[in-house]
Design a protein around this ligand. Sequence first.
Ligand code: HEC
Length: 148
Amino acid sequence: MPKSLYYIVLMALIFSCNSTEKAEKTTTIVDGRERYDVYQGSEMANLMRGMHAFNLQLKKEVESGKVTTEFPEEFLKIHTAEFSESKSRNETFDHYSGQFIEAQKLVFAEDSIVALSERYNSAINLCISCHQTECTGPIPKIKKLLIK
Ligand code: HEC
């Protein structure tokens, strides 16, 4: 197996909520010579990875003081996306997802008197708050998004 694939599988194991659900969430890719068991996330897990990637880019923009992107409407899927089998939507999730979406939208508000980096960090802190309630695995990765 190429090193890069080991890396992807390892990342999936480290950064998802817990590793017990991995067995049910892998899919096998055969490329003729080798079989790879590749981690396949739920709709929610994929959305989360997209949100992470987006905020990684956004962090750079915020640090440079100029935001050129817009609030991604896709993020609203947080209200409907399906979870991994071991998880489900509950009141705590709905509470934090609502707060997170509001905070993320504020990063793009042009008329705010609150500093851009502060608004950005508020959104990221809400990622962390929600994760502290039921999905602690990705927290170290999310913390790296914070602007110090
Ligand atoms: C309202 C709660 C909530 C908020 C807000 C939230 N998350 Fe999550 N996150 C979850 C849950 C629950 C899962 C597990 C989803 C699943 O396995 O189906 C998850 C999964 C993840 C994962 C692991 C995905 C994988 O590969 O399995 C990452 C990374 C992640 N979130 C990053 C973030 C980032 C970055 C933010 C903010 C931009 C964020 N999350 C905001 C609840 C939240």
